[in-house]
Design a protein around this ligand. Sequence first.
Ligand code: UDX
Ligand code: UDX
Length: 476
Amino acid sequence: MASEQKFDCYIACLGAGYVGGPTMAVIAKNCPNIKVTVVDINPVQISKWNSDHLPIYEPGLDEMVKEVRGKNLFFTTDSESAIKEAELIFVSVNTPTKMHGVGAGRAANLKNWELAARFISKVANGPKIVIEKSTLPVRTAHSMRRVLNSNDRGIKFEILSNPEFLAEGTAISDLMQPDRVLIGGESTEEGQKAVNRLKWVYQKWVPEPKIITTNLWSSELSKLVANAFLAQRISSINSISALCETTGADVDEVSRAIGMDSRIGNKFLQSSVGFGGSCFQKDILNLVYLCECFNLPEVAAYWNQVVVMNDWQKKRFSMKIVDKMFNTIAGKKIAMLGFAFKKNTGDTRETAAIYVAQQLLEERAAISIYDPKVEADQIRHDFDEYKALPANTAFDDLITIATDPYEAVKGAHAIAIMTEWDEFKNYDYERMFASMNKPAFFFDGRNIADHAKLQAIGFDVYAIGKPYDSLINMDR
Ligand code: UDX
Ligand code: UDX
């Protein structure tokens, strides 16, 4: 490899998922003199990255990958060669919540990370800088350094923490213009050399003041805390949405009023059916577990309540559907518009939609689902994975997947908006209303539709944190 050295630096990334793929594409795009090789244990994932149909949807990603793939961005299953060649190795394999043993349901499962570290240690042919991209519990770097440096060939590894703050749906712009880049490293001379090498990469496109360096533990903890604070804002406003519904206040008006206080700020105050995504719940539970381990039960309980509130909000939405539809939805068709955990992504991990669907199915409703980006296979897979079907029922008994929103809604008793896709704002709801069973209900889990217009059409409308109860005309 060294003989054909034509790049200034060689980077490898283990894990070609939502984080690894876009992050490496952006590095490759901004650093033509760096060769970036992304590897994954799953050959199907790699062949998708090498095809015209990338494994994930992100606005701007297709174009970027097409531009640099084969030039300085490569996707392969040959992790050994990639590691040997690399000076910097990012690890962005998934770290799901542990499902068994100590800390089950809360602690992060570090199996993939440890396997990756052992593999790097085994095949590396010289010193490397190993970078934690995956979100990990605080002090993981310490254990990983021990695993890495326990090789019998005397190879030294430096470990850095460089958490990712990208949000899905805006990954490319978040990576191109990040609020900040955080690099945690050790204060030793070698540690600081490694920090500076990674900083050198980001400096190719990120202004220097936005690159902050800290010790390893601050960096690891900051990632968990950033997600906990963001999620806490959503649970806070969602808790207020329930109060709005009973007092006649309007949650969007409250959000606007408080968000204009510059100390509070207006972001992440959109009340919803509940937050989803692969990170928020996992990271908070991880933080809670950490606090418990360090004997801080009050701190643990404080953050745990953010998750409790989110679960309650999802349940509250499903129960509202049952309640408004005369306490029985058995055999009634409910059209779910949206299944992704947020707009502009096909990702469904921890989506509120699956939990709401599960509760509606418990009541024996029939569900039709339409989402502009989520594949039918993914939806089937999710019902299986989340065990969301009632006992002794099959997917096709209760659920249909539509490729057209008007088809999804035909003959339904209710529409439930689950994801805030922009296209849902502009549908011909008169046409939908005409094709539905009456009374036709509209449950807006994202507060994106024009509710006055829907009411004028004839829908009975319920929206999160809105004082519409008095307007629902039960005589229709
Ligand atoms: C992951 C972590 O879940 C998250 O904690 C962290 O913040 C960023 O990395 P994401 O990229 O969204 O998030 O995960 P995912 O899309 O599941 O991708 C992980 C990839 O790693 C998968 O393609 C998987 O096949 C691969 N993998 C997993 C390996 O290559 N090796 C392994 O040992 C395990
Ligand atoms: C989040 C963090 O934002 C990101 O920095 C981190 O790297 C990974 O976790 P992500 O989960 O991709 O990113 O999306 P995000 O935009 O944060 O949304 C998470 C969930 O919160 C979604 O279900 C979204 O719909 C919901 N949400 C967000 C609200 O309900 N209300 C809001 O005001 C904002």
